[in-house]
Design a protein around this ligand. Structure first.
Ligand code: TRH
Length: 377
C-alpha cells in the first residue's frame, strides 16, 4: 500500500504558504508513488495558483493530489503515515488525537520557512517531544546538504534549459500571455511587495539607452506603478510607456506559467519564499524582496542569503548587487547601481547559472522528506 501523507496548510496572507504546500504535494504524488491529501483553509488562494481548482468543492483531485477544504468543523479522519504541518499551522486537535490513536503513530513534521541563516543547519531534523507523547520534527528547507534543500521537481532544470535555448518556445509563451516584446529589449518580471520608492528605479529604466519591458503579474506593487504612471489603476494587458520603459500588467499566472515567465526574462524581481526559489532555478539575475517582518527580523535573513549568494562574484559586482538588494528592501532610493548591474548582466547571468548548478547538487526538499521518513521507520 502506498504511504499516506497529509499536508496541512493555513493561508496567512499572500500565496507563499499555499504555493510551497501545493508544489510539495504535487511533487510527492508525481515522483514518490505516495497518497497525498492536502488540507487547505483557503481554496480561493489555491485557485489563483492552480486555475483548474474549484473553490466550492470540499474535495477535489488535481495532479494526483486530493485537495480537501480544511474547515473549522473538522470531520474525523484517520491519520496518515506522515503528517506535515506547514509553517507551524497548528493541526486540528481531533486530528492530533487520531494521530495518537493510530496503531502506528505517524511521523509528524513541521515544515519551516526557508532561511539561509547558519543556525538552521543545527536545528534541521531535531525532534520536540509533545505533551501527548508524540515527537514533532522540525524540517528546514535550505541551501546546504545539512538542511532539507529546496523544492525542485525532477527534470526542472533540464526543462528550463530547453526553454531558454529555444527562441521559438519563448516567443510562443510570451504571445500566449499577451506579450509582444520589441526586438532586443530587456525583459524584467516584477513580483514584489509595495515599494513607494520604485519610481526611482523606473526613472532609471525610462532614461536608459535600451528599452526595458517590465512584466507585472497582478499583485501588491501595482498601486505604486499606477502612481508612477499617473493612472488611477492599470489595465491588465495594456502597455504603458515612459521613454525607454514599458510596463505591462499580466493576469496572475498558473505556477507553471509563472516559472516560464521567470525563464523568459533577463532579470526577475521576486519576493517571499517560493518565487524567490523559482528565480534561482531560472538561473537569471534577480532581486529578492524578502517578506517584511516586525522589528526588521527579515533583514538578517536577507544578509545571510546575500552572503551565500554573492560568493564567487567579483568584489565590485557583489557590492553593487548587495547595495541594490538592500535599497530595494529598505524602501530607499533605488536609482544607484542599476546601470552597473545591467552593464554586468552577462557576468550576473553566468553567476546565476553557477549558483543554480550548485543548488541542484543538493538533495531536493521532497526527496529529503521521503528519505527522512524512511530513516525514521
Ligand atoms: O505570495 P508571497 O509573498 O508569499 C509570502 C511568503 O511565502 C512568505 O515567506 C510568507 O511568510 C508569506 O507569504 C505569508 O510570495 P511567494 O512565496 O513567492 O509565493 C507566491 C506564489 O505564487 C508562488 O508559489 C508563485 C505563485 N505565483 C503564481 O502562481 N502565479 C503568478 O503569476 C505569480 C506572480 C506567483
Amino acid at each position: 500500500m502506498p504511504v499516506r501523507w497529509d499536508i496541512f496548510c493555513k493561508v496567512i496572507d499572500n500565496y507563499g504558504d499555499i504555493g510551497v504546500s501545493w508544489r510539495l504535494a504535487r511533487q510527492l504524488a508525481a515522483e514518490h508513488n505516495v497518497d497525498v491529501r492536502l488540507w487547505l483553509d483557503d481554496l480561493a488562494a489555491f485557485c489563483r495558483i492552480c486555475p483548474q481548482g474549484d473553490p466550492r468543492l470540499k474535495v477535489q483531485y488535481h495532479c494526483g493530489v486530493a485537495i480537501h477544504h480544511w474547515t473549522v468543523n473538522w470531520l474525523a479522519v484517520d491519520a496518515a503515515d506522515v503528517v506535515i504541518e506547514a509553517f507551524a499551522c497548528d493541526l486540528p486537535p481531533n486530528y492530533i488525537v487520531a494521530m495518537t490513536e493510530s496503531a502506528q503513530p505517524p511521523l509528524w513534521l513541521n515544515l519551516e520557512y526557508l532561511s539561509a541563516e547558519g543556525w538552521v543547519e543545527g536545528c534541521h531534523g531535531l525532534p520536540s517531544l509533545q505533551g501527548n507523547g508524540l515527537a514533532k520534527y522540525f524540517f528546514f528547507p535550505g541551501f546546504s546538504a545539512k538542511t532539507g534543500g529546496l523544492l525542485r521537481e525532477a527534470g526542472l532544470v533540464q526543462r528550463r534549459q530547453v526553454f531558454q535555448g529555444s527562441p521559438i518556445a519563448k516567443a510562443e509563451f510570451l504571445r500566449g500571455i499577451g506579450v509582444e516584446p520589441l526586438a532586443d529589449c530587456r525583459l524584467i518580471s516584477l513580483f514584489s511587495y509595495e515599494n513607494t520608492r520604485i519610481s526611482t528605479w523606473l526613472d532609471v529604466l525610462a532614461v536608459a539607452q535600451d528599452v526595458s519591458h517590465v512584466l507585472v503579474p497582478e499583485g501588491r506593487v501595482i498601486p505604486d506603478l499606477a502612481n508612477y504612471l499617473g493612472e488611477v489603476g492599470l489595465r491588465t494587458g495594456r502597455v504603458y510607456r515612459r521613454g525607454a520603459l514599458q510596463i505591462q500588467v499580466l493576469p496572475f499566472l498558473s505556477q507553471d506559467d509563472y516559472d516560464r515567465l521567470l525563464w523568459a526574462c533577463d532579470f526577475n524581481i521576486v519576493r517571499g519564499e517560493d518565487s524567490f526559489v523559482r528565480a534561482q532555478w531560472a538561473a537569471r539575475p534577480f532581486i529578492w524582496h524578502i517578506y517584511p517582518q516586525e522589528d526588521d527580523a527579515h533583514l538578517p535573513k536577507l544578509e545571510a542569503f546575500l552572503q551565500r549568494y554573492s560568493q564567487g562574484l567579483a568584489a565590485d559586482l557583489s557590492a553593487a548587487m548587495t547595495d541594490c538588494w538592500r535599497r530595494w528592501n529598505q524602501g530607499a532610493d533605488c536609482a544607484d547601481g542599476w546601470q552597473y548591474l545591467f552593464g554586468a548582466s552577462l557576468a550576473l547571468t553566468g553567476h546565476a547559472a553557477v549558483w543554480c548548478a550548485a543548488q541542484e547538487a543538493v538533495e531536493n526538499l521532497a526527496d529529503s522528506l521521503v528519505q527522512f521518513h524512511q530513516n525514521w521507520l
